[in-house]
Design a protein around this ligand. Structure first.
Ligand code: FEO
Length: 172
């Protein structure tokens, strides 16, 4: 059984994962409109992953005798300036999510809820991967600079990252 404090903290995270999904969906749509096909597909997939993170939390809360509550969400912005700025925002957003997961883990220790603590280790590992991926992408962007050919290759490349991570997801 979840304590009220842990239930509330988990519901907070459910909201953050849902909002993350919306943020990346908005990025996907922006990139699609700009003709950045690979980047757009990467963002659509990322949005789906965040929804999966949210659903996993919802199931856990309900299975442990809590009530996962679905709330309204903050609307994401719809303009991102440049794709470089957009990926910087993705990175910053993942840092924010990591911090939120860490705070959540802290609450489970305070409450001596070791089952939830154990469950959250999956999210801790996932955040390490997501931060690393975002950093890799930012490094690639820095390498390209303003080179048009580089952008073409990057757009193709980032689509490949999508495919590769999709392949590794199915082997987990
Ligand atoms: Fe669910 Fe990208 O963190």
């Amino acid at each position: 059984m979840l304590s009220k404090k842990v239930e509330k903290a988990l519901n907070g995270q459910i909201r953050i994962e849902a909002e993350s999904s919306q943020v990346y969906l908005s990025m996907a749509s922006w990139a699609e409109v700009k003709g950045l096909e690979g980047i757009s597909q990467f963002m659509y997939k990322h949005s789906d992953e965040e929804r999966m993170h949210m659903l996993k939390l919802i199931k856990f809360v309900n299975e442990r005798g809590g009530h996962a509550t679905i709330s309204d969400l903050k609307a994401p912005k719809t303009e991102f300036g440049t794709f470089q700025k957009m990926f910087q925002e993705l990175y910053d957003h993942e840092i924010f999510v990591s911090k939120s997961i860490n705070d959540l883990v802290h609450v489970t220790l305070e409450e001596k809820d070791y089952a939830t603590h154990n469950f959250l280790q999956w999210y801790v590992a996932e955040q390490i991967e997501e931060e690393a991926l975002a950093r890799t992408i930012l490094d690639k962007i820095n390498l390209i600079g303003n080179d048009k050919g580089g952008l073409y290759l990057f757009d193709r490349d980032v689509q490949q990252i999508t495919v590769e991570s999709a392949a590794s997801d199915t082997t987990e």
